[in-house]
Design a protein around this ligand. Structure first.
Ligand code: NAX
Length: 331
């Protein structure tokens, strides 16, 4: 029998939370790196959640996943990020009732300073970081700026859930399967200012615009449904999206490490290089292709109409305001 490859070490913060519960078994089943690559899960939690995390550990053991070679449970970021090849930063304080977005940024920002430093000091040289905990774009910016050793290109924040929501809305409207829809784009912030763009999307061999034949629907219901979908799930379930968020995190990581299909792109929040006049250094969602080895490139040359340019500006302005609210946390 051929020897197994070296295991990949995957750090997951907030591992005892609801997203963690849906995410961990899928990573352990080999869905990110493939069925040949063993994995070691390195789970980080805050002390009050370590008991619950121990329960999750027991359940993972009881799954007896063939690829799972180890489970680390800790409240020490230096242990959780040790030699990690991939860090999924899920853990964050949730937004409580009456809390403004600005308060959330100030509450969660410091967590990402500490975690950025711990990643810098401990993670593997090839580490890739995906920030999921909200506000994910700005948390990513904060963590990245605290980690000078890790190149900016190794950091991403998750807008894949918004991307998948946009696909689902178009498939539902046109009456095709989800797999028939590709190349939607989420621009900007993972918030309700995001701009879900359909003009370059395809439904089989047609443009989505031609397939749906209803521009007014795209400009109104499509955009607002995607922007407000998280709120709708909370209203219906009493809890925020978790299964779909974990699924999106799996898609994001799998595409990053195993590549986007030829001719297709996905959406990821990455450090802007100034493309599309989005200020350099902001963590904004863009259309990206992935080469299958942890690297992404921003898709170039997509055009905007006036409506789209206006929408883009709104969401990018929000990213600038969020950045300006945390300048003291950026180094
Ligand atoms: P939960 O509240 O169920 O779990 C969060 C976990 O993080 C808790 O177990 C908590 O103890 C832990 N935690 C808090 N501070 C920590 C720290 N400093 N270090 C390590 N762990 C810490 O939330 P859940 O539903 O799992 O959501 C997690 C995060 O994902 C939230 O910030 C949420 O807003 C965000 N989301 C992001 C999405 C995206 O598309 N980017 C969509 C889903 C989700 O809303």
């Amino acid at each position: 029998m051929a020897a197994m490859p070296t295991p990949k070490r995957i750090a997951i913060t907030g591992a005892a939370g609801q997203i963690g519960y849906s995410l961990l078994p899928r990573i352990a089943a080999g869905e990110i790196f493939g069925p040949e690559v063993p994995v070691i899960l390195q789970c980080l939690e805050i002390p009050p959640a370590l008991g619950a995390l121990n329960g999750v550990r027991m359940e993972l053991e009881d799954c007896a996943f063939p690829l799972l070679e180890g489970i680390v449970c800790t409240d020490d970021p230096n242990i959780a990020f040790k030699d990690a090849n991939l860090c999924l930063l899920v853990g964050a304080k949730p937004r409580s009732k009456g809390m403004q977005r600005g308060d959330l940024i100030r509450e969660n920002g410091p967590i990402f300073v500490g975690q950025g430093k711990a990643i810098d000091e401990n993670a593997a040289a090839d580490v890739r970081v995906v920030v999921i905990g909200n506000p994910c774009n700005t948390n990513c910016l904060i963590a990245m700026s605290s980690a000078k050793r890790v190149p900016a290109t190794n950091w991403t924040a998750m807008t894949q859930l918004d991307h998948n929501r946009a696909i689902a809305q178009i498939a539902g409207r046109v009456g095709v399967e989800y797999r028939d829809v590709s190349n939607v784009v989420i621009w900007g912030n993972h918030s309700n200012t995001q701009f879900p763009e359909w003009r370059h999307a395809k439904v089989k061999d047609q443009t989505a615009s031609a397939a749906a034949a209803d521009e007014a629907w795209f400009k109104e219901a499509f955009i607002s449904t995607v922007q407000e979908r998280g709120k709708a799930v909370i209203e219906a379930r009493g809890l925020s999206s978790a299964m779909s968020a974990a699924n999106a995190a799996m898609d994001h990581a799998r595409l990053l490490f195993r590549g986007t299909p030829t001719g297709e792109w996905t959406s990821m929040a990455v450090c802007s290089d100034g493309s599309y006049d989005i200020e350099e250094g902001l963590i904004s969602s863009f259309p990206v292709t992935c080469d299958g080895s942890g690297n992404w490139s921003i898709v170039q040359g997509l055009d905007f109409d006036d409506f789209g340019r206006e929408r883009l500006e709104i969401t990018v302005n929000e990213l600038k305001q969020e950045r300006d609210a945390v300048t003291d946390l950026l180094s």
